[in-house]
Design a protein around this ligand. Structure first.
Ligand SMILES: Nc1ncnc2c1ncn2[C@@H]1O[C@H](COP(=O)(O)OP(=O)(O)OP(=O)(O)O)[C@@H](O)[C@H]1O
Ligand SMILES: [Mg+2]
Length: 308
């Protein structure tokens, strides 16, 4: 398989503090890959390590088939950092010209590419304005333009829409989908799960620096089946049987929410209700939204939140 990103036990420690550990990823070309996890989980650490801003403590990685730091390949990689702060005394056009020079772009390429990216991120007519006078959302658009400059084969976008309004978010989604249609690969860190759900092919979930799940959205969803039952006559006996069958169980009034790992457990839930003397009015299967999966993975085995 032609892989855009391949990492093998990639680890970055900050002294004794874990940034990310033993990251093993294989992202095929032409995908939008979503990298999810709670605050402080290690998402930006991985991106910065792959971008060469941090040295890995151990492990290996290849981008576009070459080891980290390969200069020719770096020219084909776009990056939008999480805390984007650009040279605010420059105009947007000057900023693009500077970034184009860093990418080693020729004059002809610059002439063709700079107006294209300005238009692409919706900042036409504002290119002579100083970055200092840009709103936060405009600065984020400007950052995306810098990442798009080299016509990258691979892009790392660390929360690219955090400052954007809903229209801006839709614009960025459209850009990413268009890039994918052109065979480009996008690595996306994002907390906007509805957005991830709309555009990502595959996602990985990182927690405390370690990847705990990865797969397509459907694969992750089918790992857990959510069953909602409406019933009357719930007794302690029914509850105790349901608890044994379900991975998790919530009872709110006459509604029972149970998650199970196997289809065969669904009739067992119904049977437990009926045998216990309950009356079952409704049983529905619910697909987890990415948000529900995120929350349940983030809370698995936790007493308190966060790595920060
Ligand atoms: N320069 C640093 N020095 C020491 N520890 C750091 C440094 N940068 C990050 N960390 C720690 O590494 C861990 C991972 O941080 P990271 O910024 O990668 O998280 P993240 O998943 O990007 O979080 P967020 O969603 O808040 O952006 C955290 O515990 C953080 O405190
Ligand atoms: Mg981050």
């Amino acid at each position: 398989m032609d892989l855009a990103i391949e990492t093998l036990n990639l680890t970055k420690l900050y002294g004794h503090k874990v940034g990310c550990t033993d990251i093993c990823l294989r992202v095929p070309r032409g995908q939008i890959f979503g990298f999810l996890g709670p605050n402080g989980a290690g998402k930006s650490t991985l991106v910065k390590t792959l971008m060469g801003l941090l040295y890995p403590t151990s492990g290996e990685a290849r981008l576009l088939g070459k080891p980290l730091g390969d200069i020719a390949k770096r020219r084909k990689i776009g990056f939008l950092p999480e805390n984007f702060r650009y040279h605010e005394w420059l105009t947007f056009r000057q900023l693009l010209d500077f970034h184009a020079s860093l990418y080693g772009m020729s004059k002809t390429d610059k002439k063709q590419r700079i107006p294209w990216v300005i238009d692409k991120v919706g900042l036409s007519g504002r290119e002579s304005q100083k970055i200092r006078t840009y709103s936060k959302g405009m600065q984020q658009r400007a950052g995306l333009a810098c990442a798009l400059l080299p016509d990258p084969e691979l892009m790392f976008l660390d929360e690219p829409t955090s400052a954007l309004d809903p229209l801006g978010r839709r614009d960025v989604r459209n850009i990413l989908v268009e890039l994918r249609a052109g065979g480009k690969t996008i690595f996306l860190n994002s907390h906007l799960l509805s957005e991830v759900e709309m555009i990502c092919d595959t996602v990985a979930f990182i927690k405390h620096g370690t990847i705990i799940r990865q797969g397509t959205l459907d694969e992750l969803r089918s790992a857990e089946i959510n069953v909602e039952m409406r019933l009357e006559g719930i007794t302690d006996q029914i509850r105790s049987v349901l608890v044994c069958i379900a991975l998790s169980l919530t009872i709110k009034g006459n509604t029972v929410l149970a998650s199970v790992s196997r289809e065969e457990d669904i009739p067992l839930l119904a049977e437990a209700v009926i045998r216990g003397g309950g009356r079952l009015y409704e049983l529905n299967l619910k697909r987890s939204s990415l948000e529900e999966m995120f929350i349940s993975m983030a809370q698995e085995g936790e007493n308190s939140a966060g790595d920060y």
